[in-house]
Ligand binder design. Structure first.
Ligand SMILES: C[S@@+](CC[C@H](N)C(=O)[O-])C[C@H]1O[C@@H](n2cnc3c(N)ncnc32)[C@H](O)[C@@H]1O
Length: 234
């Protein structure tokens, strides 16, 4: 990966005018997308792995890419069980060294994995969304996690939720969505990584001199946020 990377270009310079109605909709209408079989199987494997870690606090690394952050989080929080999920088999297969025993990489669609995790009463202590695809075109709001129908599930899992992005608007929108859905105050803050970046995308943006943004919020586990009917069969 080269160090040079262009900043996000978007006509959207502030939170999307339809964000609030998208969040309202997600809180009111169940998500009925059927679960993909491969993610259901992957979830069962992850569940078995987690049960063998006997009560270790759980960390989710959602959209982990090549899994570098999963490895680093597992080293940093050695008492925790860290699960990195990504839909890209290609990214997950890249060799970034041995996985620590307390880390697992899973190929899964997050939209399904999150729902299965909530239905199984998972309660992550920490939940990372590191540099999600920004979808900067205004018309793509519903593909950003804050505009997606799965948002209530992400929030309902609870724990210390941390989002990082090189697009300020993404983090500002997510903060507004968190507060609208949960009532918990949240805001975007500038972020300068330490000596070691947590992910390759962070490394690339930082090395290109781009500003980075993050949101950290402690959320209660609250399945009641999810509209009825958003069970495993959706
Ligand atoms: C911009 S990359 C960031 C990867 C990594 N977190 C990093 O910072 O280097 C976004 C990642 O999210 C993954 N992703 C996007 N949507 C997903 C979904 N619905 N389910 C699972 N992974 C998804 C992509 O495959 C990609 O690896």
């Amino acid at each position: 990966m080269t160090a040079r990377s262009r900043s996000i270009v978007s006509r959207q310079t502030g939170p999307h005018e339809n964000l609030s109605s998208r969040v309202e909709r997600a809180l009111a209408h169940p998500l009925r997308k059927p679960l993909a079989e491969h993610t259901s199987e992957a979830f069962l494997g992850a569940r078995e792995w987690l049960m063998r870690r006997a009560g270790a606090p759980l960390i989710l690394d959602a959209g982990c890419g090549v899994g570098l952050s999963t490895r680093r989080l597992a080293e940093r929080f050695s008492e925790c069980a860290v699960i990195g999920m990504d839909r890209s088999a290609d990214r997950l297969s890249r060799d970034h060294g041995r996985l620590p025993d307390n880390a697992l990489l899973v190929r899964a669609d997050l939209v399904d994995f999150w729902r299965l995790a909530l239905a199984d009463d998972w309660r992550p202590a920490r939940h990372y969304l590191l540099y999600p695809n920004p979808y900067p075109k205004a018309a793509h709001l519903k593909m950003r996690w804050q505009g997606h129908p799965v948002l209530p599930v992400i929030l309902a899992l609870g724990g210390a939720l941390e989002l990082r992005s090189n697009w300020r608007v993404y983090v500002e929108e997510f903060a507004l969505a968190v507060t609208q859905a949960t009532g918990v105050p949240a805001s975007a803050e500038p972020f300068v990584p330490g000596e070691t970046c947590l992910t390759p995308f962070e490394q690339k943006y930082h090395a290109s001199g781009q500003s980075l943004w993050r949101l950290v919020v402690e959320l209660p586990h609250d399945p009641g946020l999810v509209p009825a009917g958003v069970g495993g069969e959706r």
